[in-house]
Ligand binder design. Sequence first.
Ligand SMILES: C[S@@+](CC[C@H](N)C(=O)[O-])C[C@H]1O[C@@H](n2cnc3c(N)ncnc32)[C@H](O)[C@@H]1O
Length: 188
Amino acid sequence: MSEIKVPETDIPKMEDKETNQNSESTFYTDAKEYWSNIPATLDGMLGGFGYISSLDLNFSERYLRDILKSSQAPQKLRALDCGAGIGRISKNLLMKHFETVDLVEQDTKFSEQAKVNCTGSEESAKRLGTIFNIGLQKFTPEPKSYDLIWSQWVLGHLTDEDLLQFFQRIKLGLKENGVFKMKQISSA
Ligand SMILES: C[S@@+](CC[C@H](N)C(=O)[O-])C[C@H]1O[C@@H](n2cnc3c(N)ncnc32)[C@H](O)[C@@H]1O
């Protein structure tokens, strides 16, 4: 059965008040504040470009099919959706291919909406694993537990240092032949 987990590390402690004075914490609290004011809708997730969702998912579907039929394909057992928002990718892509899908999303309202969206059908409800309501900068996957880790349009929210450490933890969270997919928009 699915559950939304709020790890203890995400509950503010007294000492965090001091840490919040520094700019790194402001980086995270500002982003948290920004997303707390965004509606839990497709347009909210995609900055007003909700209409590109199906196009984006079609490209991702083609990519994933190629990966899954490659010579060193990952198994189709467990996937993780990082910065999952309202579960757009989990529901429309990952749950079609993987037996269990876990999500990491730091905003509580998005996590709750993701649970609603991902349990809309009996089939997807069976596939929803755990929703980790925590920032990626604090998230550590269980070692060797995921066949696919998907991260889309979220890693710009990590500081450079946290991003490097996140990559190291993600690597340890992958099973043999596991794949990490990062999808970002870049500009030059
Ligand atoms: C542009 S939305 C993308 C959502 C989803 N990946 C998609 O493509 O539909 C960015 C998401 O990242 C989440 N987010 C922002 N900073 C985060 C952090 N440090 N850790 C985890 N999630 C974060 C936001 O709450 C939001 O749901």
